[in-house]
Ligand binder design. Sequence first.
Ligand SMILES: Nc1ncnc2c1ncn2[C@@H]1O[C@H](COP(=O)(O)OP(=O)(O)OP(=O)(O)O)[C@@H](O)[C@H]1O
Ligand SMILES: [Mg+2]
Length: 462
Amino acid sequence: MFKYSIAIVDDELSNLDSLERILKSDGADVRRFQNPKDVVPALQSGNLDVVLTDLRMGAMSGLDLLDVIRNSYPSIEVILVTAYGTVEIAVGAMKKGAYDFITKPLQRMQVLRVVHKAVEKRKLVAENLSLREELKSQMQGKDRPIIGRSPALKGMMDLVEQAARSRANVLIGGESGTGKGLLAEYLHRNSQESSGMFVKINCTAIPENLLEAELFGYEPGAYTGAAKTKKGRVELAHGGTLFLDEIGIAPQALQTKLLRFLQEGEFERLGSNETRYVETRVISASNTDLRKAVAEGTFREDLFYRLNVIHINVPPLRERVEDIPLLARRFLETSAKKNGRSVPILHSETLDALVRYAWPGNVRELENVMERVVVLNRTGSVEVEDLPPEIAGGKKEHKTIVIPMGLTLRQIENLVMDRTLKSTRGDKRLAARLLGVHPCTIYRHLESGAKEEKPPTDAPSE
Ligand SMILES: Nc1ncnc2c1ncn2[C@@H]1O[C@H](COP(=O)(O)OP(=O)(O)OP(=O)(O)O)[C@@H](O)[C@H]1O
Ligand SMILES: [Mg+2]
């Protein structure tokens, strides 16, 4: 177990003694307080991880102390120690932000388990906070920044900054979902053409026979359905940037017209003889290897060289794993905002799983997974089991609970809660998360356990 610093607060010396013994044997840095009022100055030192306080004390109650900590030191976790019979109050305290509570008599294992969990949470929050800060510094008020800290991305960005300053045409290569579209926009926004328009045409999204009309425009009667004059996108891009997405699938006839446009800056609208001129910077993107297409004779070599003055290759996400935590955090934030949710905390194991996965769909796949996680999240933290099974890496266990016929719904609920608690070895928070209920439901179940109806037999499980 990692080292941690904990304050214990109790007006009874014997309790302080036993808590101190338990925690010191665990290697903790323990500070003891008999008067809760003395804790407040210690909080300011800034290096306490957890405060473990008795609920009922003379000078100041554990709840008052909880309020002070929650309001002024939100990153310190508070655990309450409570006698049996005051559990209702403790449940109320959980709603006010206590991490958990421990019931007397104190048991070493129970104390350490709850304390370890609280320390772990505190560590996670700190990690997530530093991720957030790093992300903030990368954003620096930018509109749609290209996020990442990997050497591969940094190397690419050096070239991107140079390319943005020049007027040369840029061809962006890279697998699907790596961020080619985002990069094209970024280049435009940071170029001399940024006051002009960024006009995009996606060659796969437009039927082949309409591509030419979309790109170069048409006059009435140019083809069936062409009722009035329409400007082509090249005209809209005058003084700005024309982004030819998925250029690899452009048909031969269009390739020829594009070549002329790139060489001379001239073109005619469909159905017109009038030659027009525009000046525009051309950025294109392809997720297929255009050199190969040239070699195979499906892509014009002369056009390739016109487009490919500067070549930027966006590396696949698996070759820049250092970017994954930052991107994951970014997508959690944007999805949370979009869906009106708060940003959940990423568990270390979750981050490990994200970094291990190969991401065949690259950044777009990560974005989709994070959105799904935000929408489905009910607990405020993302555990590895919340990820799709192929990413969680087989960690998603499915144990079974056998429910005998003849139980009432209430008995079934109790049985399911008992079994889940058993499989989490008494971890109430994890049980609540697995069952998709608030931890208070589990606490109430435990407290009312003795009074409730129990199933008649001990049904087999797992
Ligand atoms: N480095 C990055 N920082 C922030 N967001 C990114 C980054 N890279 C990609 N994205 C986001 O990931 C998603 C996919 O990116 P984009 O659409 O640009 O990929 P693409 O390479 O054009 O994919 P395709 O080949 O399928 O067209 C977008 O929502 C984009 O904003
Ligand atoms: Mg794209």
